[in-house]
Structure formats: C-alpha cells, structure tokens
Design a protein around this ligand. Sequence first.
Ligand code: GYE
Length: 338
Amino acid sequence: MKKVLSIVVGLLLLTMAIGCGSNTSSDKSSAGKGDKQIVMGFSQIGAESEWRTAHTKDIKQAAQDAGIKLIFSDAQQKQENQIKAIRSFIAQGVDIIAFTPIVETGWDTVLKEAKDAKIPVIIVDRDVKLNDDSLYVAKIGTDSVTEGQNAFKWIDEYMKKQNKKPRDGGDKFNIVVLEGTVGSSVAVRRSQGFTEAMKASPDASKYEILASQTGEFTRQKGQEVMESFLKSYGDKIDILFAQNDDMALGAIQAIEAAGLKPGKDITIISIDGVKGIFQAMIEGKSNCTVECNPLQGKLLMETAKKILKGEKVEKNVFVKEGVFPADTAKDTLPSRKY
Ligand code: GYE
C-alpha cells in the first residue's frame, strides 16, 4: 500500500514539475512576442565641441546596446530647430522623447504638447526653467555649479602653492572668463559657481574678474575673444577661466600668437576633461581641467526603459565627475574615454 502511495505521489509531483516548467517557458515566449521595440526621439544641440561629439556618440551607442530605436535630430545650435524636432517626434508617436536644451527657457509650450500626447520626456545634460516641473519625468545631467566652484577652488590653491604674483605688479590676480552659450544653464551656473566660490574664499580680495564674455563653447570663438581680451588687457591677465576645454584650446593659440606662454604667464583652468586638453596639459600649455562627464547614454536608456515600464525613477540625477590638474595628465590620458 505504502509503495503504491509513494508512486502516486511521485507521479503527481512529476506532473506538477512538468506543468510548471512549460508554464514558465510559455510565459517568456508570449512576453517576448509582446515586447515591441522602444522608439526614442532625441534632439541634440549640435556639434560645437569635443565634449558634444562624445555625448552624441555615447547616446547613439547606448541606444544600440539597449535595443532602443533612436530617432536622432541635430538642431545646429538653434532652439527653434529643437522645438520643431520635438513636435515631429510627437507627430510620429514615439514612445519617449529626450533632449538637451540649448538654453534654459522657452520650453513650456512644446513640453505641454508632449504631455498632452502622453509621451514622457527626459531632459539630458543641461537644465531647464519651467513653470510646471511635471512636464518632464526625469533629468540626467551634470552639476555645473559645483564645476564652477571647483574651478575657482583649484585656481586659488594653485596660485598659493606656486607662490604666483600678479603680472602687473599690483595686489590682485586678474581673471578673464570665456563663457559658454548665452542663456544655457551650463554657462549661467558655471559662472555662478565660480563667483560664489570666489566671494566665499578668505582670499576673495586677491582676485578680480576683468572681463567675462561668451566664446559660445567653440574653439574658434574662444580664440577670437581671447585675442580681443589680450588686446584690451595684455600684460594684466593672470588667469583664464574657460567654461569648456575647446575655448581654452582656442585661447591657447591666441596667447601664443601674442608672444605669451599659456599655462605659465597665464594660468588656465577649463571644464570638460576632453583628450585635447589633456594633450595641452602634457605640453605644459594648460593647468587644470574640471571634468564634466558626457557619458550619459547608458543611464538615459535605463531610465527610459524604467519609465515605460511604469517604474518610479529619480527626478534629478547628476553623473559623477572629477578634477584633473596638469601633473596627472600623462598618467590619466590613456584611460580617458572621450
Ligand atoms: O561643457 C561643452 C558643451 O552642456 C555640459 O556643452 C555641456 C557643455 C560642455 O558644448 O563643451
């Protein structure tokens, strides 16, 4: 009797196991069939800098890796082109929209249109000012205020360590600033962080900002504006704060053309951490770069997938960044990814 019972129980367990197994596999295959490819519309600003090129490349690669179809649109530095692109993404019925806002303001109307069409929006890299923050689901970017603060703090320490004296024999170090795109969150906040840190420093009275002007985040414009700074203030300039590496690289050419030594006569700090500035630092032509991380693609794709699955995501995420002085450049350059 016992034997018969154990055979029956055994058979019963076997049937259950087979049943479970087949259930699991049929669940999987039906989920697979139901999964349609996610389509993301992405509006990029343009290709103004080495940083931007790396950002675009990373986003395209990450979309491919994540199996997301990316509709990529290049706005050629114009907000109106970005607005047009977003409207066309809405018309095409994409699953999700992501974009890097060239400037902070002017997005309320078009983002309301996306919300009305029930298409979630992710803001990437730069920030926006909106009347209604429910118009976007998540923001992935970099901390421009901290970058500006770090730039000043590094300069302040460096001038002391090197025992630098103002070139004009006065009692203040004169600073010129090459700002980024006018109206962009990055330019506004890097300026803010830099001046806040300067005012908060016990050495505040040792520094003066002589001039601050946009170089539009490009090498060409950085060079032109630095030329004009040199014409107006020549031997007074001690420090250049370039709000991106490309403008610093342009300025280095202008400084050399004026017969001065970049990195020595004029101490240079910039932001981004692209390979070009590491090379310049190795050559002794620049002094420090504050990293701004363009590798945001993976996080963007992961966030998009979560949003579309209805999972909760963080509203604001900053990516990690460091500070790289010239004496670390040689060892660091081989491992730089952009
Ligand atoms: O620093 C600059 C670029 O938005 C953080 O834009 C980005 C900035 C970056 O063109 O090089």
